[in-house]
Design a protein around this ligand. Structure first.
Ligand SMILES: *Cc1c(COP(=O)(O)O)cnc(C)c1O
Length: 462
């Protein structure tokens, strides 16, 4: 196994190895790291578990930065936290439509698949280097709890998560505040999610503070998260013997880009379907070549309420024939004009025929939850329902044929109000979270003030 090198999508940052990319997050030219070349998919070893398949795939991207027995151990530990022996089980909805349940992790959303592994990778790498970092992040809900759960047992990582006070669901808040671990702090900021995110950015831009605190991030642009997500696409094609289509409820484009990589590596995936809610910038781009940002509209699927999909930059880099200069220039224009246009031949080579998209508004989402419960007895959360509904729409249009797998990205009990509204059934929390509402909460409420929050971060773990 040789060293795997990573390049920035904006072409002006140094090439790095896996462990450096893991800890850096963003490249120092503002770009995102991707491997210098895409490896070929290795054949599945008969009888391999999900964790063993994960270790085999992930080793290709880690190279010799970590030994194979370490990678396998971390994968085994990460996926042992899932409450289902198949980790990401496939459930059949119709003759040719399957749902892959990615929500059996500790915090009930697909982000656990990546963050349970990424927390352990951080800890192993930092221990080797004798270092310690403080992860600081802002969350509107799912990412914060998944990140906290992924690092709560890490010896070399402290974490501070900021969330907007009174603006998350009760389940989401309790999943963060009931974790009792000496390396975890949860801060309710008297402001909006954007205020939280701006404060995180400001702390990272304060170079002296960043260095002194050894700040680090695990947001969705982190390469290791994208990497860990490739595995369940491969696992689905292993089982269904492909070719399959995969339909992905999308926000930041990280998940569906992982599917693009699985296909690029040789997994038998035909169509990748981007499912959007009313925040449909990706759907408009794929169907109408219109990538213009609009104001964010709140929906029943809040984790997809995103207008600028940060991971799209990785696909854009590929569409540009890996020309980092051109990618940087296009993104600059997007930032200044609010709209991005792609040459038709660029689209033809990389999108046409292999990507499809559909969008559902909230009332369609509720209809899909109700219908799926009536017909198949399955409770879908609103994000997963956007996916199932998008696949059904395209099948009716006749553009989608053959076996399709829709990714179920959250457990229905994470969004019980919408599920109850659609079906009359209030989905119970699974056994491992049944006592969530009885546990004491630990949080600090702070004003919407950078100096106060920064002081808290600096002194929280003394
Ligand atoms: C984060 C999230 C998404 C969106 O995933 P992206 O990788 O940002 O496209 C969809 N559904 C749920 C439940 C999520 O938590």
């Amino acid at each position: 196994m040789s060293s795997t090198r990573y390049v920035s999508t904006r072409g002006a940052a140094p090439e790095l190895g896996f462990t450096e990319v893991l800890l850096a997050g963003l490249a120092n030219d503002g770009g995102l790291y991707v491997p210098q070349s895409w490896p070929a998919l290795p054949a599945r070893i008969p009888g391999a578990t999900y964790a063993e398949r994960a270790a085999q795939v992930i080793q290709l991207f880690v190279g010799d930065d970590l030994p194979a027995d370490t990678v396998l151990r971390l994968c085994n530990e990460a996926y042992a936290t899932f409450a289902h022996p198949a980790v990401v089980p496939l459930v059949q909805l119709h003759d040719e439509h399957f749902v892959q349940e990615l929500f059996h992790g500790p915090t009930l959303a697909f982000k656990d698949v990546a963050l349970q592994l990424v927390g352990r990778l951080f800890d192993a790498v930092l221990r080797d280097q004798g270092r310690r970092v403080t992860i600081v992040g802002a969350t509107s809900g799912d990412t914060g709890s998944a990140a906290i759960d992924g690092v709560k047992d890490c010896a070399n990582v402290d974490i501070v998560i900021l969330y907007p006070h009174h603006r998350t669901s009760e389940v989401q808040r309790k999943q963060m505040t009931t974790v009792q671990s000496p390396n975890v702090r949860v801060v309710a900021v008297e402001g909006t999610f954007d205020d939280c995110q701006d404060m995180v950015k400001a702390m990272f831009n304060d170079v002296e503070f960043r260095e002194r605190m050894q700040l680090s991030a695990v947001n969705s642009i982190n390469w290791a998260r994208v990497m860990a997500q490739i595995v369940y696409y491969i696992a689905a094609t292993d089982l269904l013997a492909g070719p399959i289509n995969v339909c992905v409820p999308s926000g930041n484009f990280g998940n569906v880009f992982s599917g693009w990589i699985a296909r690029r590596m040789g997994a038998p995936i035909d169509q990748l379907i981007v499912a959007s809610n009313a925040n449909d910038i990706l759907e408009r781009f794929i169907n109408r070549n219109d990538m213009s940002a609009a104001p964010v509209v709140p929906s029943l699927s809040p984790s997809m309420d995103i207008q600028v999909s940060s991971n799209f930059e990785r696909l854009l880099f590929e569409m540009n024939g890996r020309d980092g200069g051109l990618t940087a220039e296009q993104l600059q224009r997007f930032r200044s004009s609010g709209s991005l246009s792609i040459e038709p031949d660029q689209r033809a080579a990389h999108l046409d025929g292999r990507f499809q998209a559909a969008r559902l508004d909230d009332s369609e989402t509720l209809e899909v939850i109700a219908r799926t419960y009536r017909e198949a007895g399955m409770l879908l959360d609103p994000h997963s329902a956007v996916g199932v509904g998008a696949a059904e729409k395209l099948r009716l249009l006749g553009t989608l044929t053959g076996t399709t797998v829709t990714l179920a990205t959250a457990h229905p009990a994470k969004f019980p109000d919408a599920v109850e509204r659609a079906t009359g059934v209030r989905p119970p929390l699974p056994p491992h979270l049944a006592d969530l509402f009885d546990l004491p909460e630990h949080l600090t409420v702070l004003p919407n003030d950078l100096a106060a929050v920064q002081h808290f971060v600096a002194t929280a773990f003394r």
